[in-house]
Design a protein around this ligand. Sequence first.
Ligand code: NAD
Length: 260
Amino acid sequence: MTLKDKVALVTGAASGIGKQCAIHMAKAGANIVIADLNSDGAQATAKEIEALGVKAIGLSMDVTSEDQVNAGIEETVNKLGSIDVLVSNAGIQIVHPIEEFPYADWKKMLAIHLDGAFLTTQAAIKHMYASGRGGSIIYMGSVHSHEASKLKSAYVTAKHGLLGLARVVAKEGAEKNVRAYVVCPGFVRTPLVDKQIPEQAKSLGISEDEVIKKVMLGQTVDGIFTTTDDVASVVTFLAGFPTAAMTGQSFVVSHGWYMQ
Ligand code: NAD
């Protein structure tokens, strides 16, 4: 129970990777806050997690809204007493060739991935400093924090940006025991990826099967998707790690697709 009595807030945790991170951290003893744009999903996931024997609350939060983020973190601290772990995970994908990428979509991508990471960090870190306990901030990066792919200019730009943010938070937070990490999954079969398969097939002029076998898994060592469990295990390990030995680092979880 490495996270016993800690409070962990996960954004975008009504689905996919974020939900599995919340479940793993609950099993390690943490009380959990599910913060998601999908309010019903957040409530339902919180109920599932309560059944694991910890406290859990579901919050409606758009990570691009400063007011909603600040209110959600305040509610977390008021109801559960602290915030010790932040997993900034909420994210979407929009793919286009760069010459056709609508500027509004570019701005939306950077707002969710980067503004969301900044706003949740700023709101949470104040409490981590004030509590005297410090904390762990984990950004959900991607292999695309290190590698590029066609059609993903906004996503690759945003995911690379998280490496910079984590390094600054690692340096600024060190004195007060706040650690920062980026976890970088390969392709994980979640709704975010399912939506991309037909879109990429159309844009690249290949079949959906070829998108999976060549584009998504072609460079892995075993031809299989990274799982939400793979990612959640690493997140839980980092959330409970007791020293600053690895702060500022990124951790690629990709079945060998990208080796640092
Ligand atoms: P998902 O679609 O299953 O879940 C994303 C969640 O984020 C949803 O519950 C959605 O409601 C929520 N969300 C979207 N916009 C939001 C906002 N503005 N505010 C709050 N919540 C919002 O996706 P996933 O695959 O689990 O992705 C989670 C994270 O993992 C993303 O940051 C994504 O970029 C990253 N990632 C995913 C993969 C993959 O292959 N699935 C690979 C690498 C990185």
